[in-house]
Design a protein around this ligand. Structure first.
Ligand SMILES: [Zn+2]
Ligand SMILES: [Zn+2]
Length: 166
């Protein structure tokens, strides 16, 4: 995401607002597939303060992914706040997150990092999601199966033995 910040670079104390969007489409992340159906909105401000360039932005959007328990689609909203500062000789700074070439600043790396830092590692369609039956694989939120009756749970064995001794 490139922004011409000529007016900010020239004058100490100057600031400017900017807005833009980032398109990520379908992305793999930590074993999940994230589908960013619409571009993410980026709204921010660049400030030249005492020779340091400060960049603040808010990133908003949503994506569709899958419930970690049952695999159903889940829509998650995304909100992330970005803060970066470049001190010293930034005239030709080329850092990983923010680079300035001439008067054009590119914050693409910082925006991407900020987005992915705000994404959780697990998703649930609901706190009460029952997940899939570990025997037959049926979605227990939508269907019932009789597997639980048939499967012997070894965790209860100890209680059965105890009650025999009493
Ligand atoms: Zn679920
Ligand atoms: Zn089952």
């Amino acid at each position: 995401m490139k922004i011409n910040i000529a007016s900010v670079l020239k004058n100490e104390g100057a600031s400017m607002n900017f807005s833009g969007s980032v398109e990520l489409g379908k992305t793999k992340f930590m074993g999940s597939t994230l589908d960013f159906e619409k571009p993410l909105e980026v709204v921010g401000n660049v400030l030249n303060i005492g020779g340091t360039i400060e960049i603040r932005a808010e990133i908003k959007g949503s994506y569709v992914t899958q419930c970690s328990r049952c695999g159903d689609d889940v829509r998650e909203s995304l909100f992330a706040e970005l803060f970066e500062s470049i001190a010293g000789d930034f005239s030709d700074a080329d850092e990983e997150c923010v680079s300035i070439q001439g008067t054009v600043m590119d914050i693409g790396g910082a925006v991407d990092a900020c987005i992915f830092n705000s994404i959780p590692l697990q998703f649930l369609c609901s706190e009460e999601c029952k997940g899939l039956c570990h025997v037959c694989g049926i979605n227990l939120n939508k269907n019932k199966c009789n597997c639980e009756d048939e499967v012997y749970d070894p965790r209860f064995a100890i209680f059965r033995n105890l009650s025999k001794e009493v």
